[in-house]
Design a protein around this ligand. Structure first.
Ligand code: KIV
Ligand code: NA
Length: 268
């Protein structure tokens, strides 16, 4: 395997920070592959690409189609595909069946599952059977209804202790790394120092072993809502609007297409 492997990722604990971005499509995967250690085919695609209000409606087929596109269009990065809501929570057997389908049909290197202690047994089952798992703790968007909204986790001591317990449990279960989302900074920092696998933060801490952002947030293409933890490094929307407006004007003026865009147009 010439790509970055999950073992390489695991070995980056405490070393140079891991660079992770989401990718859902071929053109974006091609652009980001040389830059990223991990390309995450996140179920955030439900909101970002499909206009859904939450990630709960994302299907296994969506994840497989986008996962396959990203694997086909990258060669260096470790590609991790999110398991959608309902595809792994029922039992470890259900999880294995669906994760195996995602691995087989996309060619990805690993899957990501949201959950902590309650998922430890499932993670152990998958890892023992050849499926590398990236865990995801703290704010879990698939549990938005149970949590009563998207809010930062770990503010209360009991909640902080539960997240630290989750981090220990998924490490013990054999996850190769863990995404820590929307968790107060001191808790994110403390658990990064404590556990032996890399933590990949989003709304977490600069002390994490890596960071992840949604690419459409980073370049200003998705603006339905912008969480505090998003940093916008570019604003592509005005560029796209302006390009489309110039096209519209040229179509109406019949100045597009020009002779150079036409086949066999007689010269005047
Ligand atoms: O779905 C996603 O994009 C994610 C990352 C934000 C971690 O889970
Ligand atoms: Na996700």
């Amino acid at each position: 395997i010439k790509r970055i492997t999950t073992r390489d990722i695991r070995a980056r604990k405490g070393a140079e920070p891991l660079v992770v971005l989401t990718a859902y499509t071929a053109p974006i995967a091609r652009l980001l592959d040389p830059i990223c250690d991990i390309l995450l085919v996140g179920d955030s695609l439900g909101m970002v690409v499909y206009g859904m209000e939450t990630t709960l409606g994302v299907t296994l087929d969506m994840m497989i189609n986008h996962g396959a596109a990203v694997v086909r269009s990258s060669s260096k990065a470790c590609v991790v595909v999110d398991m959608p809501f309902g595809s792994y929570q029922e039992s470890r057997e259900q999880a294995f069946r669906n994760c195996a389908r995602v691995m087989a049909e996309t060619g990805c290197a690993a899957v990501k599952l949201e959950g902590g202690r309650e998922l430890a047994e499932t993670i152990r089952f998958l890892v023992d059977r050849g499926i590398p798992v990236l865990a995801h703790i703290g704010l879990k968007p698939q549990a938005v209804h149970a949590a009563g909204g998207f809010r930062a986790q770990g503010r209360l001591e009991a909640e902080a202790e539960a997240i630290r317990d989750d981090a220990r449990a998924i490490t013990e279960a054999g996850a190769f790394a863990v995404v820590v989302e929307g968790t107060v900074e001191p808790v994110s920092r403390a658990l990064s120092a404590e556990i032996s696998i890399p933590t990949i933060g989003i709304g977490a801490s600069p002390a994490c072993d890596g960071q992840v952002l949604v690419i459409d947030d980073l370049v200003g293409l998705f603006d339905d809502f912008t969480p505090k933890f998003v940093k916008r490094y570019a604003d592509l929307r005005p560029l796209i609007t302006e390009a489309a407006q110039r096209y519209a004007a040229e179509v109406k003026a019949r100045s597009f297409p020009g002779p150079e865009h036409c086949f066999g147009m007689p010269k005047k």
